[in-house]
Design a protein around this ligand. Sequence first.
Ligand code: FAD
Ligand code: A2P
Length: 279
Amino acid sequence: MIHMTEATLMTEASPVAAKPHLPDAQTVTAVRHWTDRLFSFRVTRPKSLRFRSGEFVMIGLLDDKGKPLLRAYSIASPAWDEELEFYSIKVPDGPLTSRLQHIQPGDEIILRPKPVGTLVHDALLPGKRLWFLATGTGIAPFASLMREPETYEKYDQVIMMHTCREVAELEYGRQLVESLKDDPLIGELVGDKLIYYPTTTREPFHHMGRVTDNLSSGKVFADLGLPKMNPAEDRAMVCGSLAFNIDVKAILEGFGLREGANSDPKEFVVEKAFVGDGV
Ligand code: FAD
Ligand code: A2P
């Protein structure tokens, strides 16, 4: 698991955690900064919290006036994990992340224990291959689902396509995928089912290009030796900016896949990785 391999790199929390005083308080146990725009952290898990891998919750801090300042965050850890992991952007002037980026082990955050979301196995009909399509922090729900046994029980192949502008922004996902092979808990289940296809768009890398371009041109199918996506065999989960989600949705529909939901499972599901300016 990623947190095990990172154990030596992360700052560990003091065994004597501060007494919770925030509403729905959880204690930060580890923090890791990946770039000047990205970090991940782990917090204690409320005993009563049940969620499905891929769902999101509201987390935050108190603002200057003592009011909760909350934002939606995908839970990046799987449903079986004792702790909760999150993977976050740092927006320089962002109301929450300008402060959240400074958390340290032992600090508290607010976590509202009401998980929701569409990127869940229940929202897809059975299939042969499952595609995770993400940009930026949109990999967070798939960091959960890639560690979920059900993912490998339900599908023969799982393809993680993740695109960022620069190589360093892929590192969280790369280390997670790498660690899964030897994971004592699910390594055997993962086997060679998980295929990782990272690309960059603004820095040279062995594979480049937008997810959308690599799907429409057929490059990813040729590179991986897989048939073109089709509704009989392929299922997809999509998580990125609104523009990315709209463009990917059109391509998946072009392949004959239909968008599903929790109440109406079909061939693909979509969730926003963030709400953009003016959207
Ligand atoms: P905000 O005022 O919320 O955002 C300011 C601006 O920053 C936005 O208009 C947008 O342009 C940009 N921005 C915000 N979030 C991102 C992002 N993740 N990537 C790139 N640009 C962004 N954020 C995460 O970092 N990790 C997650 O797992 C995550 N899961 C989410 C799940 C859902 C369903 C939704 C709707 C959002 C999610 N977000 C996630 C975004 C998150 O809710 C906040 O927007 C983010 O933490 C920034 O908060 P802020 O108050 O600092 O700035
Ligand atoms: P590009 O560099 O060509 O814009 P951002 O950092 O702006 O959120 O983008 C993250 C990644 O998503 C970048 O690699 C970016 O490619 C890509 N991207 C942005 N918008 C789209 C879109 N509409 N369709 C596909 N990929 C996109």
